[in-house]
Write a protein that binds this ligand. Sequence first.
Ligand SMILES: NC(=O)c1ccc[n+]([C@@H]2O[C@H](COP(=O)([O-])OP(=O)(O)OC[C@H]3O[C@@H](n4cnc5c(N)ncnc54)[C@H](O)[C@@H]3O)[C@@H](O)[C@H]2O)c1
Ligand SMILES: [Zn+2]
Length: 263
Amino acid sequence: MIGDLAGFLAATWLRGVPFINCTTTTEGAIDAAVGGKTAVNLKAGKNLVGAFHQPRLVLVDIATFRTLPARDLRAGLAEAVKHALIRDPALFNWLETNAAAILNHDETATVELIRKNVNIKAAVVREDEHETGAEDSVGRAALNFGHTIAHALEAHAAFALRHGECVAIGLLAALQIGVARKFTDPALLERTRALLAAFGLPTHAPADLEPTAFWTYMTRDKKSAEGRVRFLLMPTSGKLEWADDVTAAEAAAAITALAPASN
Ligand SMILES: NC(=O)c1ccc[n+]([C@@H]2O[C@H](COP(=O)([O-])OP(=O)(O)OC[C@H]3O[C@@H](n4cnc5c(N)ncnc54)[C@H](O)[C@@H]3O)[C@@H](O)[C@H]2O)c1
Ligand SMILES: [Zn+2]
């Protein structure tokens, strides 16, 4: 959040001044610090005011992760699961093998984690920096996999949940919508659920979530138009397709499927 705010200030102060991003969170190091997207949230929704502004330099010192609250350490790891899903099945295997080492601040595993994720983020951004790819291509928007629901959950929870926690649920909900359509491999959903659980991330929708109440937030997503939500679905690991016809009922069913058992 600090990175996005400072980046947005640097983008707008005197119509733009150079800045260096010294990130101190896993969320920042794995994802947010690289790529030049800066934004602030409004009550009406997530990232509604923002700008593209690349940092001159990104500095990561993994020693800073030791003082991060466990909840924040874990939250950032949801973006590593996202990167593995959209781009790198080998990273998915590596995360499964190294989950415990990462949570235990193992130095080698942590450095490797950041290196692998920065490489993926930078590669995706380099291919489509301003998210201006052709209508039906996915481009940089791949980094938003799971985020349509995640951003709605964040706004619905009045930003009381961590971004990464919402991403964990959002990834599962996006996969769940695909599974319900018989489009997504159910084994991919189960593996993702297990990996997120290994990182101690939520795999259920919040208990107090009214399944349809957050649809309004979904329709405020920047990719939405005229009440329709532009949604990324994943048939198999590494592949993404746009779906323009996901309904409120389908999203609600996916969220309900992720709801914790009531007894
Ligand atoms: N711009 C992008 O491309 C992009 C990508 C992913 C995420 N994001 C955004 O990033 C935000 C989340 O980032 P974040 O997790 O860095 O949030 P954050 O900056 O709010 O930090 C989380 C908490 O950890 C504390 N903290 C930070 N570093 C610490 C440390 N080393 N020791 C102890 N406490 C520390 C902070 O004070 C805060 O309470 C979300 O709003 C998300 O939307 C942006
Ligand atoms: Zn994110």
